[in-house]
Design a protein around this ligand. Structure first.
Ligand code: HEC
Ligand code: HEC
Ligand code: HEC
Ligand code: HEC
Length: 438
């Protein structure tokens, strides 16, 4: 613990004023929980057990449990909460912000992906503790350059957030400005250290790892929490690094894990730490408030889905897919094998988990969703439920007119549309094909 003494020479024996009680020299602990790179993952899809990690329901439970035990807690997020903009994505973004407000974060950095809904989006979230030291959004004036917090044990924490301008594709956008991180830090940090006299200074960085690591050498910075993600399949190094007492950690991908950094500050301002990444898998229960919030999200998505039906019905005139029953008579063996496979039950799976209205699920669990002539809804197109023959073999209308060999040549490549890493991490053509061979 840094004990800051203000003594004047003349009064040296009389008045030494310390920022902490002078006798309080025992080590102090501070726990930091951190997340980031969430990319809109409100809840894992449940396609594969290995990937069933993360989500606001488990995140809130974990943070809540830690909060009950540890009074000296700081909760941080390194940004990139959203991904490429869409109507559904915007709804997700809103629910994610609402959930983070409820989780009582201390500071949230703004990543390049967080700007996809424009500056005005931020003004709806005045209670979300965004921090941006070198990022300015015109029309948004509530985001501070840094934050401080006094913990129950007397430790004063300062938090800054620096983004790398190179990650922001601003083009001619005059409404966003990102200053050079070094220059910003040189301007803000000395004043902050002098005025606020924090015992612990945390820097949230939103940068590529190499760039963020360079900030470990800045005097006065104790902990760096970095975040940055390009795509959902990015592999991120989550091992902590330590150099000259400065600790560097990175948030993992898609909100699947929560970083847990426990610090001990001794009376010589030295910091020791222990670190773990906590997997938000089925060992973590759901927080009931978040379950309700997610239920509201589902309601909105169902409304969005129902709303989109009219337009789709209008557009979807011509027939593109024959549907499974057309194949049954001539390919009885293949049909039987398929009907018994999991592909033949993929829609029932969505019904079982109450997601048969979610476009983000229907896309892989039905035929031709979002394509002309494809699945619209179980009422409009019941013959296109499930992962049918034509999802792999392609539209068979021509084949029905003149049934012969040699029309479906690229079928093996079809698997990769749906058996992608995040939904089917163990996919391997030969082992998977042997399970559905027909
Ligand atoms: C990119 C394609 C894709 C998307 C999108 C997708 N799924 Fe899946 N889903 C799959 C694949 C592939 C499997 C089988 C994975 C395996 O076993 O390797 C699967 C399996 C599942 C299973 C497991 C079934 C069982 O009985 O074990 C559930 C549940 C599921 N998906 C639900 C969903 C939900 C809910 C969504 C939307 C939030 C969704 N899926 C979105 C491709 C997808
Ligand atoms: C998950 C993807 C997938 C689905 C769904 C699927 N197939 Fe296939 N099908 C394949 C693959 C892969 C092959 C093998 C191609 C090869 O060996 O070159 C194949 C082969 C075939 C063959 C040729 C068999 C042979 O011996 O030459 C027929 C006929 C066939 N499928 C019919 C169907 C019918 C009918 C359905 C629906 C009831 C169906 N398939 C569903 C992927 C699929
Ligand atoms: C009227 C009968 C008939 C119907 C209906 C029919 N097929 Fe075929 N299919 C055939 C015949 C005949 C062949 C050629 C078999 C051969 O020569 O070995 C064939 C071959 C195939 C092949 C192998 C193609 C290749 O490249 O070797 C696939 C795949 C296939 N059919 C899928 C389907 C699917 C999917 C449907 C339903 C949409 C369907 N068939 C409906 C008669 C039919
Ligand atoms: C249109 C999306 C889609 C395509 C294309 C697709 N699959 Fe699937 N596959 C799924 C979904 C969804 C499931 C899970 C269904 C469920 O259980 O609800 C699944 C499940 C499976 C399973 C069951 C996994 C298990 O562990 O039992 C196998 C095997 C499989 N797929 C093989 C293949 C192969 C091989 C191909 C390519 C020839 C393929 N799939 C193409 C979506 C697809």
């Amino acid at each position: 613990m840094k004990i800051t003494l203000y003594c004047s020479i003349a009064l040296i024996f009389l008045a030494c004023v310390s920022s902490l009680p002078a006798n309080d020299l025992s080590p102090k602990t501070v726990q930091i929980l951190y997340t980031g790179n969430t990319l809109g993952e409100l809840k894992p899809c449940g396609c594969a057990r290995e990937e069933d990690q993360g989500g606001i329901e488990r995140r809130a439970k974990l943070i809540g449990e830690v909060r009950k035990k540890e009074k000296n807690l700081i909760v941080l997020d390194s940004g990139d909460s959203f991904k490429a903009p869409s109507r559904q994505g915007r709804i997700k973004a809103r629910f994610l912000m609402q959930s983070m407000e409820l989780m009582n974060y201390d500071a949230i950095a703004i990543g390049d992906k967080d700007l996809v809904y424009g500056n005005a989006f931020f003004n709806q979230w005045k209670n979300v503790p965004f921090v941006a030291s070198n990022l300015k959004l015109s029309g948004v004036d509530f985001i501070p350059e840094f934050k401080t917090k006094n913990l129950a044990n007397g430790v004063k924490v300062a938090i800054l957030a620096l983004a790398d301008p190179e990650l922001f594709y601003l083009g001619g956008d005059q409404t966003i400005s990102v200053a050079q991180p070094r220059e910003t830090l040189n301007r803000i940090l000395p004043v902050l250290l002098e005025k606020e006299k924090p015992d612990l200074t945390i820097l949230l960085t939103h940068m590529k790892k190499e760039k963020a690591l360079a900030f470990m050498g800045i005097p006065g910075v104790n902990v760096i929490v970095n975040g940055n993600i390009e795509t959902e399949t990015d592999v991120i190094d989550m091992n902590p690094q330590e150099k000259n007492g400065v600790i560097f950690v990175q948030a993992g991908p898609r909100g699947q894990k929560v970083g847990d950094l426990k610090l001990t500050l001794n009376n010589r301002s030295e910091i020791s730490f222990s670190h773990q990444m906590i997997k938000l898998d089925s060992h973590v229960n759901f927080d009931s408030e978040m379950v309700k919030l997610y239920g509201k999200y589902d309601e909105e998505i169902e409304d969005l889905f129902l709303e989109s039906l009219a337009a789709k019905r209008k557009k979807n005139k011509g027939k593109v897919y024959a549907g499974e029953t057309a194949c049954k008579t001539c390919h009885p063996k293949a049909y039987k094998t398929w009907a018994q496979s999991r592909h033949g039950h993929a829609y029932a799976t969505l019904k079982r988990v109450n997601k048969a209205f979610d476009p983000e699920c229907l896309i892989c669990h039905t035929v031709g969703f979002n394509k002309l002539g494809g699945f619209i809804s179980e009422v409009d197109t019941p013959h296109l439920e499930n992962v049918q023959c034509e999802e792999c073999h392609d539209s068979a209308l021509d084949h029905l007119k003149s049934p012969k060999k040699g029309w479906s040549l690229k079928v093996k490549e079809a698997c990769n549309k749906c058996h992608v890493k995040n939904h089917s991490p163990n996919f391997n053509f030969s082992t998977y094909w042997s399970k559905i061979k027909h």
